[in-house]
Design a protein around this ligand. Structure first.
Ligand code: B12
Ligand code: SF4
Length: 480
């Protein structure tokens, strides 16, 4: 059987003139995960429109399309195109799960929730000639999942080909997060078997890994066993976790010992009122500065995530947030305009209040205001968002933030890492166009090497062999 798997892109990710690096970071892991259930005899073509031109002239028997909110319209068009040609088209992913009725007219079958239980079932039905219209995931486990078909991934087209997920979901319930809607009807947080996760890591070439898990430290027992197994594997890795998990116990030390060098942290807001509105209880009354210092003392760089536009925000929120980030040496910041995604509690509550202004999903890219704001106007919010990015990534701010570190090596790493990400877009564009992005991976690994801190006092002993001597450095942990 001829099978085509497609990850459709955002329009801007397809521009012939400018290819933002963020779309060439990670390969389509979800689709490669699904491909593992296909037969070795199937003829499989996996295409990611973020990094390649789609071939739409083929005639596959089965077309599998992953739908995110910002690629939804494009995904539907591609689906319609293949259905008109007689292919059997199936749609799944986050957006289909949120809005199945919207997706259904464009598909022969739609999938709600994760695919590990439903997709194999569909394949059996399809072979037997009796596929259902809707498949709803209820069994949530990662036990005995077949190895991801990484052979289908065109590694050279990505900066971070070694992306990996070893857990699904998260133990928390923030009202703006996709998580509860996507995992509804079953467990909302579960992990792989530790040995399976270690085996998957072992299969990945090179040193660098990027864990795309929502909360890598979310299950202490699992994470502790994982990090213990990773010790001695000589890996450097990046991931994401919450403020409270950094402050609790000694898991973060174990992570650092296993090779954690940079962490995406959801600070989101400094306002307790905003935290309550977001149901982000785990951040309430937590000492953000203590968490930051703990990471710095371990030589872990920080990508801080911040949301603008929650109801308690005023016009000063942008300056406050940027100043805090610079003062506390946050390496990179990812700012978002608050975006209520359909299916989330935030969206439902905004709907009830009559505050949703548009349902044009193309605008839901966390840069545009799609709801009625309180406390500041939509224009102020969008302007403030762009101002914050510009201000935080000014050379002056990068320099100031870098210089706060006590160790010289940490200062250098911070400076090149933050600068490399936002200041070398033309270089990234060139590397993407010449398909040589993957050649820069050694540079990323260099900048993620360990900072040998003498004592927790911050007395650094820089290891000369570890110095980031190559010119190109990148922040891959930001998604914005
Ligand atoms: C990597 C990533 C990206 C990457 C690339 C995406 C890629 N290559 O897949 C980049 C950097 C481009 C990116 C950008 C953005 N992202 Co993003 N991203 C992620 C992240 C961290 C991981 C995705 C992943 O690989 N998951 C692991 C795999 C195994 O799971 P999966 O992809 O969901 O696939 C499973 C199921 O969904 C299902 N499935 C999927 N498709 C199909 C199809 C069929 C037919 C079937 C049967 C099953 C099925 O089966 C798979 C196995 O269970 C997620 C968070 C998350 N935890 O998912 C956010 C996330 C998807 N991103 C999000 C957002 C908002 C964005 C942006 C719009 C803005 C922003 N500020 O980040 C941009 C624009 C994206 C775009 N092009 O449209 C939101 C999506 C919200 C929504 N409702 O769609 C998420 C959930 C983050 C969040 N917490 O809000 N992102
Ligand atoms: S902590 Fe992060 S992943 Fe977990 S529910 Fe909140 S926003 Fe979602």
């Amino acid at each position: 059987m001829k099978v085509k798997l497609i990850l459709p892109a955002l329009t801007e990710a397809e521009s012939p003139f400018w290819r933002p690096i963020k779309y060439s970071l990670f390969p389509p892991l979800g689709l490669a995960t699904l491909a593992a259930y296909l037969s070795p005899d199937d003829e499989i073509d996996l295409q990611d429109q973020h990094v390649e031109k789609l071939n739409l002239n083929d005639h596959p028997h089965l077309v599998i399309i992953q739908v995110y909110i910002t690629n939804a319209y494009r995904a539907y068009k591609i689906a319609d195109h293949y259905r008109a040609k007689g292919s059997y088209v199936i749609l799944g992913g986050l957006h289909v799960t949120s809005l199945p009725l919207e997706a259904a007219p464009h598909a022969d079958s739609i999938f709600i929730g994760p695919g590990e239980d439903t997709f194999p079932k569909f394949l059996i039905d399809f072979k037997n000639g009796c596929p259902q219209k809707i498949y709803r995931s209820t069994i949530r486990t990662l036990e005995r999942v077949p190895p991801i078909r990484r052979d289908l991934i065109k590694r050279h087209l990505y900066l971070v080909p070694n992306s990996i997920v070893v857990t699904r979901g998260c133990p928390h319930h923030c009202s703006f997060c996709y998580k509860d809607a996507f995992f509804e009807g079953g467990r909302t947080f579960y992990t792989q078997e530790v040995d399976d996760a270690l085996a998957e890591i072992d299969r990945l070439p090179g040193r660098h890994l990027y864990f795309l898990d929502d909360h890598l430290l979310g299950n202490t027992k699992f994470a502790s066993a994982l990090f213990s197994g990773m010790k001695g594997m000589n890996r450097v890795f990046q991931g994401a976790a919450t403020v409270d998990s950094i402050l609790r116990g000694n898991l973060i030390e174990q992570a650092a010992e296993a090779g954690l060098r940079s962490l995406f942290v959801g600070f989101e807001t400094f306002s307790p009122q905003n935290l309550k509105q977001s149901n982000k209880k785990q951040n309430l009354e937590k000492d953000y500065i203590k968490a930051v210092n703990r990471l710095h003392n371990l030589g872990i760089m920080i990508n801080g995530s911040f949301v603008f536009g929650l109801d308690d925000d005023d016009k000063d929120v942008f300056k406050r947030t940027v100043d805090w980030g610079v003062k506390h040496s946050i390496t990179t910041s990812t700012y978002h305009v608050l975006t209520p995604y359909p299916g989330t509690e935030l969206f439902n509550s905004m709907e009830r209040q009559g505050r949703m202004l548009t349902k044009n999903w193309d605008l839901y890219d966390t840069r545009k205001v799609v709801y009625q704001t309180i406390g500041l106007t939509a224009q102020e919010l969008e302007d403030g968002y762009w101002w914050a990015y510009k201000e935080f990534y000014k050379w002056n701010s990068i320099f100031k933030a870098s210089m706060q570190h006590e160790s010289h090596l940490h200062k250098l790493k911070h400076f090149f890492y933050a600068g490399g990400w936002k200041k070398f877009e033309p270089v990234w564009n060139f590397l993407i166009k010449t398909k040589s992005l993957n050649n820069t991976l050694p540079a990323l690994e260099t900048v993620l090497t360990k900072i040998n801190l003498g004592k927790r006092t911050g007395n650094a002993i820089p290891d000369i062999a570890d110095l980031p001597i190559r010119p190109l450095h990148v922040q891959a942990s930001t998604l914005e």
